[in-house]
Every structure is written in structure tokens, then in C-alpha cells.
Design a binder for this molecule. Structure first.
Ligand code: NAD
Ligand code: 6OD
Length: 489
């Protein structure tokens, strides 16, 4: 804390918290008040972090037995749970999301990510053996898995702890060391996590945290650093493209989880109330700032009018309140800058000929929330499928609804996008559920549910939505490097 009581978010390098001469203020999306002073890492600090991470590869962490490393991951999970209320408060302060959401999703998943990868790495080990004597020539092959080395983790602001630890936990489980750069909008839980690592006895240099922005700041300093062996990134597709350019000279492995313009498909044979509740949740949860959220909703013609009217009621029932108020169901967007972007799409949709079913503007509260970043939940109909607002990711609490005539048309409309992250399909016909889910050109297709996660399953996107898959053994494969050993008998 400084004298004004605003928390300081410092870098954590080689086991020590380090301030910087360059600082910026993180403000609350709820009311514009100061939330934290963030210490931006310059190029030299990032280099310091990378060198510390390189040294730690050879230190106690590199020599630690796998079982001991798994125990350390469990201790980190326990450390998060021990300071649960602090983590919730920090996540809420940075994002403005309802405390109930942070308590039920973000922070428990932060701990769960460490536990699941402790279990998976213990169950499957790091070495896979393939014993064979091909053609009777008498050779034995085995593939031995080793850490990649120093992994750069670049994460976004929408689910800050969840998405950071989703990459951090498997990378640590595989024995790598880390230089993490969280979003400039959400520096806090990553910093609390450094305290938890410290308390759990994680050796210095294993988890290094640098704060700052993307281009010409800590983000780019990490991705371009020749001492970083791999980059794992979650964020916008355009940022992924910039990072690809910056890692190209050193040809590092990359894992990218990028943007989406996801489809929700509602068939007339669905359980209407379940589909309505599920779609309303999927569109508006976290103020629409979930990469998996369906911004394109396709509803079979016979129930289109009824479904649209009911979804509008759900949208209008949202309570845009203070994060700690249990009645609050929707928080603000992350920042004024992001609200400008979403509002520009609200204007574009009108220009492109949308019928605005509800929302489209900024609420007025008559209190300090007017200094925040709240925005109305918004639904449209009537846009052409070629409209930019139907094609581009908006990342706000909004969706366009269009009717479809049959299964074939629904599939064609859903797949008519350059993105390929997720889809959600609602039907009571089991065969149709399988058929349509399998026809989706995307990484994850949910049937009669959305964002229902089993952390062992492959997670990631096709097309513009990403490169590679993480989750379960997919993560262990990415965060480790096999060496095949062939022994002639
Ligand atoms: P962003 O791409 O703007 O920023 C993400 C991170 O990258 C931040 O830490 C940022 O500082 C850093 N960064 C930005 N430019 C960089 C550069 N040139 N070099 C290195 N680092 C750089 O994304 P955001 O606005 O924080 O998050 C929202 C986006 O993330 C949306 O597009 C959303 O769909 C996507 N997302 C995808 C997933 C997924 O799993 N596929 C999950 C969450 C969010
Ligand atoms: O659940 C996850 O593991 C995950 N990566 C979720 C991504 C959500 C996007 O906003």
C-alpha cells in the first residue's frame, strides 16, 4: 500500500517484488476511482526476469522430483483458497464484475487449474515409453519428455486469474519456468498469486511476473526475447498475429487462444426454457466479455418470434449494479476504451440496418457509476449475414438474432465466419445434437449447455480463433519436448 491506500502492483522477479520508475494508474470500471498503481517493467526488467527464469531451470526446480512439483502445485491451490476473499476482492476491483461471479467462477477455477494439472502430471508422468523391435531388428525406442524451458505467458483481462493459471499450471507441472505478463487492465490477482507462490515455497525465478502493456512494452519485450523458449497467449486474434511476427525470428513454439464470433443454434424441438436460460446466460455473462459467448444466435423459424421476445425480457431484466450487491447480475465493461469500441458497433449495427430489440446505449444511474463503463445489454434482428456487426467480434453484452429454416441452413450460417472457437446447440433430438455439433467448424461444440468444462478435454479454436489445443494431455504435450531415444539391441 502507498500512503494514499492505493495498492501497489509490483513486478515479481527472482523471488523479489520490484518497483519501477514507470508507473500507471489502474482505474475502476465501476466508478473510475483509482484501484492500483502498477509498476511497468522496462526492457531491462524483462531481461532480468528471463535470466532469473533461465537460472531457475537449472536450480532446485529443475532437479525437483515430479511428485514434489505436483505437491507444490497443490500447495499453490490451497494458498489461493486460503486467501479466497482477497482474490475475489482484487478480481472484482480490477474488472467490476459481480462478486458472485468471481466467487463462483474466476477464483475457484484459478485453484482448480493447479489441482487438475498436479493430478494429470502425476497420473501420466512425463516420460512415455514405446517399446518395440521393428522388423525384428532388435531396437528399443522410448520418448522422454522434458520441459520446454522458459515459457512466456501473455494473458487477457476478461477472466484474469482463470486464464493466467490455465496456462501457468500445466507449464509449471511440466517443469518449465515462467515469465508472465498479465493484462495492463488486470494486474492484481497475478500479483497476489506471486505472494501465494512465495508462501508456498516455489523457488525464486520459477514464476516471474512483469507488468505493462503490449507493443513496445513488457508484452513485446517478453515475446521477442531470445531467452524465452515458447509463448502461450490468450487474447485478440490481431494481437496473436502481431505476436507471431515478433516470435518468428527465433521460431518458438506457440499456443494461441484467440477471439471468436460464436454461433448459438436453437432448434424448435429444444426444451424452450432451458435453451432460453442457457442462451441468455451465454450472451450476457461477464457483460458479454467471454471469448465463447454467442454473438450470433440462429433460431428455427417456428419459435423465432417467441424465443426473441423471451430473450429480450431476459436482457431487460439485468440489474447493472455495484459488484458487491447480491442483486447485481451485470457489471460494466472493462474500460472506457473498450466501451467506445462496443458502442461503435452499436452504432454500426444501426447504420447497417439492424432493428434494435433492446438496449443500444449507456445507462444513467445518477451516481458514481456514471463515471464507470456500464453499457446496456443489446439485441438486434434484421441484419444481413454479411454485415460487419455480424462478422466481427464485438466482445460486449450483445447478439444478433436470425431465423433459419432447417438444419442444413443453420449449419451453413453458423460456419460462415472466419472465426472457429465455440458453438452452442439446443435441441431435444439426440441424433441432431451429435450431427450439428460434429458439423461445427470450431474447437468446442456444446449441446444443451455452454461453458461446461471438463479440464481434461481439448480446448482451443480453429481458423482465426487460435493455434493448438490445451487441456489435459494436450497441455502436457505443448509444454514439454519429447526426445526419442532409439537403442539397438
Ligand atoms: P489483447 O489481445 O488486447 O491483450 C491480451 C494480452 O496481450 C494483454 O496482456 C496485452 O497487454 C498483451 N499484448 C497486446 N499486444 C501485444 C503485443 N504486440 N505483444 C505482446 N503482448 C501484447 O486481448 P484482451 O483485450 O486483453 O482480451 C480480449 C480478447 O481475448 C478477445 O478477443 C477475446 O475473444 C480473447 N480471448 C480469447 C480466449 C480463448 O480462450 N480463445 C479467452 C479469453 C479471451
Ligand atoms: O475454461 C477455460 O479453460 C478457458 N480457457 C476459458 C476461456 C474463456 C474465454 O473467455
Amino acid at each position: 500500500m502507498d500512503t494514499a491506500g492505493v495498492p501497489q502492483r509490483r513486478n515479481y522477479i527472482d523471488g523479489r517484488f520490484l518497483g519501477s520508475n514507470r508507473q500507471f494508474e489502474k482505474t475502476s470500471p465501476v466508478d473510475g476511482s483509482a484501484v492500483a498503481t502498477v509498476h511497468e517493467a522496462d526492457r531491462a526488467m524483462v531481461d532480468h526476469a528471463v535470466q532469473a527464469a533461465r537460472r531457475a531451470l537449472k536450480g532446485p526446480w529443475g532437479r525437483m522430483a515430479l511428485a514434489e512439483r505436483a505437491e507444490m502445485l497443490r500447495a499453490i491451490a490451497t494458498g489461493i483458497e486460503r486467501r479466497f476473499a482477497e482474490f475475489v476482492a482484487a478480481e472484482v476491483a480490477d474488472t467490476g464484475k459481480p462478486a458472485a461471479l468471481a466467487s463462483h467462477l474466476d477464483i475457484p477455477r484459478g485453484a482448480a487449474n493447479f489441482r487438475i494439472f498436479a493430478d494429470i502430471v502425476r497420473t501420466y508422468g512425463m516420460d512415455s515409453y514405446f517399446l518395440d523391435t521393428p522388423d525384428g531388428k532388435g531396437a528399443v525406442n522410448y520418448a522422454m519428455r522434458k520441459p520446454l524451458g522458459v515459457v512466456g505467458v501473455i494473458s487477457p483481462w476478461n477472466l484474469p486469474l482463470l486464464l493466467l493459471t490455465w496456462k501457468l499450471a500445466p507449464a509449471l507441472a511440466c517443469g518449465n519456468t515462467i515469465v508472465a505478463k498479465p493484462s495492463e487492465e488486470t494486474p492484481s490477482t497475478a500479483t497476489l498469486l506471486a505472494e501465494v507462490m512465495h508462501e508456498a515455497g516455489v523457488p525464486p525465478g520459477v514464476y516471474n511476473l512483469v507488468h505493462g502493456f503490449g507493443p513496445d512494452s513488457a508484452g513485446e519485450f517478453v515475446t521477442a526475447h531470445p531467452g524465452v523458449d515458447a509463448i502461450t497467449f490468450t487474447g485478440e486474434s490481431a494481437t496473436g498475429s502481431a505476436i507471431m511476427r515478433s516470435v518468428a525470428p527465433s521460431v518458438k513454439p506457440i499456443s494461441f487462444e484467440l477471439g471468436g464470433k460464436n454461433a448459438g443454434i436453437v432448434f424448435a424441438d429444444c426444451d424452450f426454457e432451458a435453451a432460453l436460460a442457457g442462451m441468455a446466460h451465454a450472451i450476457f455473462s461477464n457483460c458479454g466479455q467471454v471469448c465463447l459467448a454467442p454473438e450470433r444466435v440462429y433460431v428455427e423459424r417456428p419459435i423465432f418470434e417467441r424465443f426473441a421476445a423471451a430473450l429480450k425480457q431476459k436482457a431487460q431484466a439485468h440489474v447493472m449494479g455495484w459488484p458487491d450487491d447480491p442483486k447485481t447480475t451485470m457489471g460494466p465493461l472493462i474500460s472506457r476504451q473498450h466501451r467506445e469500441k462496443v458502442l461503435s458497433y452499436y452504432a454500426l449495427a444501426r447504420t447497417e440496418g439492424a432493428s434494435v430489440m433492446c438496449g443500444g446505449g449507456v445507462p444513467a444511474f445518477g451516481d458514481a457509476r456514471d463515471r464507470g463503463c456500464y453499457i446496456e445489454p443489446t439485441l438486434w434482428t434484421g441484419l444481413a449475414e454479411t454485415a460487419r456487426s455480424v462478422k466481427e467480434e464485438i466482445f460486449g453484452p450483445c447478439a444478433h438474432l436470425a431465423p433459419f429454416e432447417d438444419e442444413e441452413q443453420a449449419i451453413a450460417m453458423a460456419n460462415d465466419t472466419r472465426y472457429g472457437l465455440a458453438a452452442t446447440v439446443w435441441t431435444s433430438n439426440l441424433s441432431r445434437g451429435h450431427r450439428v455439433a460434429q458439423a461445427m467448424e470450431c474447437g468446442i461444440a456444446w449441446v444443451n449447455c455452454w461453458f461446461l468444462r471438463d479440464l481434461r478435454t481439448p480446448f482451443g479454436g480453429a481458423k482465426l480463433s487460435g493455434i493448438g489445443r490445451e487441456g489435459g494431455l494436450h497441455s502436457l504435450n505443448f509444454y514439454s519436448e519429447p526426445t526419442n531415444v532409439c537403442i539397438k539391441l
